[in-house]
Design a binder for this molecule. Structure first.
Ligand SMILES: Cc1cc2nc3c(=O)[nH]c(=O)nc-3n(C[C@H](O)[C@H](O)[C@H](O)COP(=O)(O)OP(=O)(O)OC[C@H]3O[C@@H](n4cnc5c(N)ncnc54)[C@H](O)[C@@H]3O)c2cc1C
Length: 463
């Protein structure tokens, strides 16, 4: 490689990191070097698609899970060639919620294929190490690794993805280092090795709680699982296999104003209810507009959205479960194996053979206590840079290279160019990000249907 060769370093080898690299490999005409720095989860699969059981399903139907924005059938076509699915009609497969592990295999296939067919002028090096800090020059970036090595590049892409959840706000912070506390709910050790002597507490009541409950049961846990969160259980099932609602589009027009939007959505929810339908097709029809709407709202409106019930309702409507998983969870609730409590955890104390959890039960309006063997944190990825446990983000924030967006949901980024904005309010010419780090800027930036376009656009911009 000549000294003229552009060198792009990417931190994170999950969906966003590898798909950015794949688009670079597929589109670069000039010599290019890519250094992909990844640790923690298997390359290509990331947190979501290296899961420990096949009962963890995608929460998006296969037909909407292509890794490419311009090849909508790519995942279904690939999955259809697998012997367990060849006999299925493709359009049925497209409406199916397939295992997340299968999607991980698909990403691995895309990655291996891109490497196998890359031009000779493109060099790719995979670095299995933790990026801990970064130094930024005019047109240079040096990434410092945990091993003490360094990667000097021209440009840097932060594809750091899902950070571990935030610890519960309890007075006894010593509990955070207890072996009975699992801050990371995505690894198999959080659901294995239980003694079955006491119950288990899962903090949170969203999709990761469901994954964890399935994992605990599969691994032979027989006692009661408690799920505690401020709102209790609110997960809906996917009830409409393909119902499309097109009547809202005409009325969702600029200038966007939160109160009017809420009123319009409610009006349409009443219309579909008259037809015996629930609100999900309406929420789905809003999806193509959400990023634009979020950017157009005033900071006051965004703040109101985040602090009011709207945020919770949006989350419930958006994060749905395949119907049979939903049934399974409800059956566990009916039989008392899963107890979902709307409440606030007040403290967690470790005793010789048990953990004592005290909480305020919002429904019963009183303090209660449970004794558990383990506490698993399923409150969802931490997106705030200030609270992130990811050392590279902490250090970039400390140095003022990365700053938080006004709501502290992610990073402050120029959304058209993906460039980070530093503490002086300047766009950095050589540091870019995508994925969950954009949450404060565009709100909906979690699932593959939102991320695939970002990876494609960013890669084309980089070259
Ligand atoms: C449990 C779960 C289930 C999900 N299910 C779905 C689904 O069904 N459908 C869907 O569309 N989306 C789903 N998502 C959303 C999912 O996060 C995205 O689809 C996508 O996988 C995110 O990819 P990513 O590359 O941004 O992040 P990640 O997958 O989190 O990958 C980031 C990678 O970067 C590494 N990394 C981070 N920091 C460093 C560092 N400092 N040094 C080195 N390496 C680093 C991490 O260890 C990880 O390997 C799910 C998310 C979760 C958490």
């Amino acid at each position: 490689m000549s000294s003229q060769t552009q060198h792009i370093a990417i931190i994170g080898g999950g969906f966003c990191g590898i798909m950015t690299a794949v688009h670079l490999i597929e589109n670069a005409k000039d010599p290019l070097k890519i250094s992909l720095i990844n640790c923690g989860y298997p390359l290509a699969k990331g947190v979501a698609f290296c899961t420990y059981t096949n009962t963890h399903l995608l929460n998006v139907v296969a037909g909407n899970m292509s890794a490419y924005p311009d090849k909508p059938n790519d995942f279904v076509d690939w999955a259809h060639k697998k012997k367990q699915y060849t006999s299925l009609e493709k359009d049925i497969l497209a409406k199916t919620f397939l295992p997340r592990t299968l999607f991980g295999e698909y990403l691995e296939h895309i990655w291996n294929n891109a490497i196998a067919h890359k031009r000779e002028t493109i060099e790719v090096s995979i670095i299995d190490d933790k990026a801990v800090d970064v130094e930024i020059g005019e047109d240079s970036v040096v990434v410092l690794l945990k091993s003490g090595k360094q990667v000097a590049a021209n440009k840097l892409v932060l594809a750091t993805g899902n950070a571990e959840p935030r610890d519960p706000a309890i007075p006894n912070t010593e509990f955070y280092s207890s072996p009975a506390y699992f801050r990371n709910p995505w690894k198999a050790d959080s659901v294995t090795g239980l003694k079955n002597q006491h119950d288990v507490l899962v903090i949170g009541s969203g999709l990761t709680m469901v994954d964890t409950v399935l994992g605990l049961i599969e691994n032979g846990f027989t006692k009661t699982i408690y799920s505690i969160s401020p709102h209790g259980f609110g997960i809906l099932q996917h009830r409409h296999g393909g119902t499309k609602y097109g009547n809202l589009d005409k009325e969702i027009q600029e200038p966007y104003e939160l109160n009017n939007l809420v009123k319009t959505v409610h009006k349409h929810i009443r219309i579909v209810r008259e037809l015996g339908l629930s609100a999900e097709p309406i929420i789905d029809s809003l999806r193509p507009h959400t990023q634009k709407i979020w950017q157009a709202l005033t900071l006051k409106e965004r703040r109101y959205f985040m602090s009011s019930k709207l945020r919770h309702l949006w989350g419930v409507a958006r994060h749905r479960l395949p119907i049979h998983t939903h049934d399974h969870i409800q059956n566990l609730r009916i039989h008392g194996k899963l107890m979902v409590i709307a409440g606030n955890i007040k403290n967690i104390q470790e005793q010789p053979n048990a953990i004592v959890v005290s909480y305020y039960n919002r429904k019963l309006k009183k303090d209660e206590t449970i004794i558990v063997e383990r506490v698993i944190n399923c409150t969802g990825p931490e997106s705030s840079i200030k609270k992130s446990g990811n050392i590279i983000l902490q250090n970039m924030w400390r140095r003022g290279i990365a700053t938080a967006d006004p709501l502290e949901l992610g990073l402050n980024v120029d959304i058209n160019s993906f460039k980070l904005i530093d503490k002086y309010g300047d766009k950095l010419n050589n540091v870019f990000t995508l994925g969950t780090n954009l949450r404060g800027m565009i709100w909906e930036t979690t699932a593959v249907p939102e991320l695939r376009g970002q990876a494609d656009k960013l890669a084309k911009q980089l070259i």
